[in-house]
Design a binder for this molecule. Structure first.
Ligand SMILES: Cc1ncc(COP(=O)(O)O)c(C=O)c1O
Length: 399
């Protein structure tokens, strides 16, 4: 008996790769500032918990495979309030997080061995899901120097091959914090039309766009309705990662029938979480404003602190809660591990995600790290000062 070759080929999550070293450091009494995981530290609105407490039933049954009608309607209204029309009956399916929405979408648009076009760097769990499904990433590069803007039309077009079936893009971006302009989105849409590709738009961070910039959804671009699939989630929107509720939406009804087929095969997303999620959509828009303002303050803090470090290449993130700077060290994976195993400042250290796992066919990530600014400003400042001292010490040892 042996475990399959294909599971062996699934990479470890880049974000959690160093967790055993962190566990070991904690056992030794070190305090760790976690900048490696993108889990909001903001409170989940009470509406979620109240709805579950008030759910009066003697039997916890399966929900509809497409999701509870009330939640599909609430999701549809959320979109409608933002000028986007998805019918709750046949254009939205509730999933177990955006993660499952992505699995369903990829299965619906690709065959084994197909290629999915995305930008370097990309959300590292895409690697895991690509390997599970049997598709391969294909990438065009974006760069730290300009805050990871998209390259020009010709460069993106040149990355498409006969095997490419879809473009997958996270906007606002995990891992870079880039937010694409309407022009950049239209550029991708033009490539998709030119080469007849689906577009999978992962917009789970759409609430977090800074500096009063406007978020433009792919769903607002005319002429791509039949090729567009929008992934969504309550994980980041409402700080409710543990609820595991997301959705997939498309105006392509044939495609949505296939999504429903897959959804039926896994029976249903969790009923209780859907009950709570439905009520989250009653939360006032002030909630989003307050949370966004807090992340913007943190963005300002982290940018200011990182800019003070000699040799760091950094830019102000435009959205989400990530930044991916380049550090003046030879290998960020070794460095990040060393921070946990061999370094501390008065018993405290910092954990960052080495960026190599966010890239395909590129060494750029070996000099970069992804930082999630999910700590308050005071802790972020402390964490970045520790990182700075770590860089100095590590480079002395390397000489
Ligand atoms: C870009 C992106 N897409 C999808 C997901 C998965 O979200 P969910 O918790 O809804 O599965 C994440 C989670 O971090 C993410 O960053």
């Amino acid at each position: 008996m042996k475990v399959s070759q294909r599971v062996k080929e699934v990479p470890y999550s880049a974000i959690r790769k160093l967790t055993p070293f962190a566990d070991e450091a904690k056992k030794k009494g070190k305090k760790i500032y976690h900048l490696n995981i993108g889990e909001p530290d903001t409170e989940t609105p009470g509406e979620f918990f109240d709805a579950i407490k008030n759910y009066d039933t003697k039997r916890l049954g399966y929900a509809h495979s497409k999701g509870l009608v009330e939640l599909r309607e609430a999701t549809s209204k959320y979109y409608k309030d933002r000028g986007v029309d998805f019918d709750p009956d046949d254009e939205i399916v509730i999933t177990t997080g955006a993660s499952e929405a992505l699995v369903f979408s990829l299965i619906c648009v690709s065959d084994l061995g197909d290629k999915i076009l995305t930008c370097n760097p990309f959300y590292s769990n895409y690697h895991t899901i690509f390997r599970q499904i049997g598709v391969n990433p294909q990438t065009f590069d974006t760069h730290v120097e300009d805050g990871y803007k998209l390259p020009d039309y010709e460069t993106i077009l040149a990355a498409v091959t006969e095997e490419t079936s879809a473009i997958l893009i996270s906007n606002p971006s995990n891992p870079t914090g880039a937010v694409y302009t309407e022009e950049e989105i239209r550029r991708l849409a033009r490539v998709a039309k030119e080469r007849d590709l689906f577009i999978i738009a992962d917009e789970v961070y759409r609430e977090y766009v800074f500096d009063n910039d406007e978020f433009i959804s792919f769903a607002e671009i005319e002429g791509i309705e039949d090729r567009l699939i929008v992934l969504d989630s309550i994980s980041k929107r409402f700080g409710a990662c543990g609820a595991r509720i997301g959705s997939v939406a498309s105006k392509n009804k044939d495609l949505m029938k296939e999504v429903v087929k897959l959804a039926t095969g896994r029976l249903a997303a969790p009923t209780i979480d859907q009950i709570g999620a439905t009520k989250l959509y009653d939360v006032s828009t002030d909630y989003f404003e307050d949370v966004k303002n807090e992340y913007q303050r943190r963005r300002d803090c982290i940018y200011e602190e990182l800019s003070k470090i000699d040799g760091v290449k950094v830019y102000p993130s435009r959205g989400a809660f990530y930044v991916m700077p380049e550090l003046p060290v030879d290998n960020t994976e070794d460095f990040a591990k060393w921070l946990l195993t061999d370094f501390d400042v008065d018993g405290e250290t910092v954990m960052v995600a080495p960026a190599d796992g966010f890239y395909h066919d590129s060494d750029a990530g070996k000099k970069q790290v992804r930082i999630a600014f999910v700590l308050n400003c005071e802790d972020l400042k402390k964490a970045i000062r520790i990182l700075n001292l770590g860089i100095i010490e590590y480079n002395k040892l390397k000489k």
